[in-house]
Design a protein around this ligand. Structure first.
Ligand code: F6P
Length: 362
């Protein structure tokens, strides 16, 4: 294994740099390989943008948020999205060009670090004959095939810290404090942050909520002598019979996915005139994705990166490295397509939340 490529695609996430550093170090130390870091995800393959990674230039990356290589949500070479002169989004198929650029670099393998979209593209290139290994990345923790992906625990900590702070304001002002967190179709951040941050109500995309149940919990707390309530809601949560709140439709975005958001403020408006409390909503947004990874995500990113190099060396192409505690395993990319890892009704954390009196809005 003489030369390998690596790219980071999709939204940024704490721990990406830990993966880049681990890939570089293990490929250099154990294979004396040269590492080509494609810039801006798959865009780097399309436009031949790359930089060579060395142990020297990846030093001190472990603690840094973001990605040294840059990322791009729009860089799907099979449906590359650009705006035309009128600002309309148009798509092109640049996959053949990206493959050709990859082949010209004479790489023995590509490590694609990313979420569902990136791994789906990686799989398509694998089917076209490229030697690809995937590394799972998502703060939402909704990728199937892996129990955890790096970035998630850091996001949970950010949300937990926010809930701690909202508690003090809520209690001081006798308010209902709503925290909207990320989580499109899976509510892992809301659930873990809600339990760790002592939220009284946790609203998840998996369990449509009723306004009445939310009000009942607030009123129950009032009558128990606790006239404030802290609610955490995932951006993809919906009222029973309602639909997901979208800020910007996919067709108007280069990312090609709907930009969610707004359900927290909507909920605040729905309940404020029905209770004797002021209601405030905080949207945590991108603070969950940026910044220094916590120790867990540094370790997981490092393990996944080093394991991906092993997988390439052993020619386990077409696989994603995955974390099945306590071990790392390889999962065929083919098995991941279109599957989202959502919270099931048997999930013990969900049961735990209800056991300790947290309302799930049902
Ligand atoms: O990484 C996934 C995610 O965090 C979602 O929860 C969120 O809806 C999305 O990113 C928004 O990202 P962007 O604005 O970069 O498309």
């Amino acid at each position: 294994m003489k030369r390998i490529g690596i790219l980071t695609g999709g939204g940024d996430c704490s721990g990406l740099n830990a993966v880049i550093r681990a890939v570089t170090r293990s490929a250099v130390i154990h294979h004396q390989a040269r590492i080509i870091g494609f810039e801006k995800g798959f865009e780097g393959m399309i436009y031949n943008l790359w930089q060579e990674l060395t142990i020297e230039n990846t030093r001190e990356l472990l603690t840094l948020g973001g990605t040294l290589l840059g990322s791009s949500n729009k860089g799907d070479p099979f449906h590359f999205r650009e705006r035309d002169a009128d600002g309309k989004v148009v798509t092109h198929d640049f996959s053949a060009r990206a493959k050709e650029n990859f082949e010209k670099l004479e790489l023995d393998g590509l490590i694609a670090v990313g979420g569902e979209g990136t791994l789906e593209i990686a799989y398509k290139f694998f089917q076209m004959g490229l030697p690809v290994v995937g590394v799972p990345k998502t703060i939402d923790n909704d990728l199937s095939g892996t129990e955890y992906s790096f970035g998630f625990q850091t996001a949970v900590q950010v949300a937990c810290d926010a809930l701690d702070r909202l508690h003090t304001t809520g209690k001081s002002h006798q308010r209902v404090m709503i925290l909207e967190v990320m989580g499109r179709s899976a509510g892992w951040i809301a659930l873990e942050a809600g339990i760790s941050g002592g939220a009284h109500i946790i609203l998840l995309p998996e369990i449509p909520f009723s306004i009445e149940a939310v009000l009942n919990k607030i009123r129950a707390r009032d009558s128990e002598g606790h006239p404030f309530t802290v609610i955490v809601i995932a951006e993809g949560a919906t009222e029973v019979g309602g639909s997901v709140m979208i800020q910007k439709k996919a067709e108007n975005r280069l990312q090609g996915t709907d930009l969610l958001g707004g359900v927290g403020h909507w909920l605040a408006n729905e309940i404020e005139d029905k209770i004797p409390h002021e209601v405030r909503c905080t949207v945590l947004g991108y603070t969950q994705r940026g910044g220094t990874p916590n120790a867990f995500d540094r370790i997981l990113g490092t393990r996944l990166g080093a394991f991906a190099v092993r997988a390439l060396a052993e020619k386990e192409f077409g696989h994603m490295v995955s974390f099945r505690p306590p071990e790392l395993k390889l999962v065929p990319l083919a098995e991941l397509a279109g599957k989202v890892r959502r919270i099931t009704s048997e999930n013990q954390l969900l049961q735990c939340a209800e056991d300790i009196g947290v309302s799930l809005g049902r």
